[in-house]
Design a binder for this molecule. Sequence first.
Ligand SMILES: [Zn+2]
Ligand SMILES: [Zn+2]
Ligand SMILES: [Zn+2]
Length: 447
Amino acid sequence: MRPCAVWRGGRPPTSWWSGRRFGLPADVKAKGPAPNINPARAKTGQNQPGADFPHPTNGTKALTPSWCGGKRDAVLFDEARADWPLPGIILKLFTCPRCGNAVHFENTQCVGCGSPLGYVPERFEVVTLEQRDGSFVSLSKGGEAYALCGNAASVACNWLVPINAGETFCEACRYNRMIPPLSDETIVRNWAKLEVAKRHLFYSLMRWHLPRSPRGVDRQEGLAFDFLVDERKEDGTTKPVMTGHESGLITINVAEADDAERERRRTAMGEPYRTLIGHFRHEIGHYYWDRLVRDGGKLDGFRTLFGDEREDYGEALKRHHNNGPRPGWTQAFISAYATAHPWEDFAETWAHYIHIVDGLETAEAFGIRTGLGATQSGSVKDEGSRFEPYSAASARELVDSWVPLTIAVNSINRSMGQPDLYPFVISKPVVDKLQFIHSLIHAPLKT
Ligand SMILES: [Zn+2]
Ligand SMILES: [Zn+2]
Ligand SMILES: [Zn+2]
């Protein structure tokens, strides 16, 4: 287990390493069954109904850098990207098809006309719905019939499933393995916030057609999510859940969705930024390191830029949490936590790549462009041209557009007394790392 998001940057409380406060295992390399990945999890959650996942009986294998799953996913990956890249489209500005009112990605109903809304993930489109004969029919031109996601009632998931797809859950929810107990309203509300963040993640993955294997297909390293709550023991102590990634399984502590708790953790760790969407974008970075770097034959290029990941992971984290980031780290890393270990540097930089692309796309959809840096790369030719960040030519092009935008928005935030939207500095070595990730995302995979 890579504990990742549990502690990012800054010095943790002295009890951290002993695990008394957050219950981290002494050996974060998780040799043998990890505490969160065994049937005991059922005490804090429940299996996602209908999810086709095996439930491990003896934990998971140790995370060893030399272990390699080979190319068994390559065919699946290439099929997933058969029609990639998508034709140029600018999204994120959704409108109600019936009344034209602007609606958000998460909306289930139009506040203008009251129409029920759903999101068609395959088409990146919000549609108005009408209930007919037990299903929902899109009032858009196609008139397709859909079912609501199986998590619509519990967490207001607004993603739709084609009625004949044979699926209970939407493209994002079907990767869930464990969900928290539905008997506690507060926990369910927090889980719902996490699902919104996860759908934003899947939006990006789908825009790039990034390959992913469900746990039901790849039972060793397939992608799955566990949403768990801290376990209260009979003796009154708490067994905390560790947010992190291991071999495709992403575990999220539902407490992270509690605003006060997340802010407490953020300040305790001296972080400038801690969000739910940031957690998902970071943890999926570990998943894609396994898939695209380790299994994709990119280790040499990775080590040149990020360092040698064979460095003892547990020792590296321990050193980071005891000593803090190395002096001058801002010259080569996107965050303090990125300095902890090459794996964490990759996951942090990966998350920022998605932050930048998705943030730029949203800005572009609303006609917000500072243009200060865009001409440096020559990619934005004139005011009338559209900039499509998901299809950008290079990381440099993205950064040239992103930096002036963030300076502007940070300034607006400061004028409102709010924290900076993007409290980070992107140095030249970070641009090189972003370019490595850009190449991974945009290059067709080799079988
Ligand atoms: Zn991590
Ligand atoms: Zn409407
Ligand atoms: Zn769903």
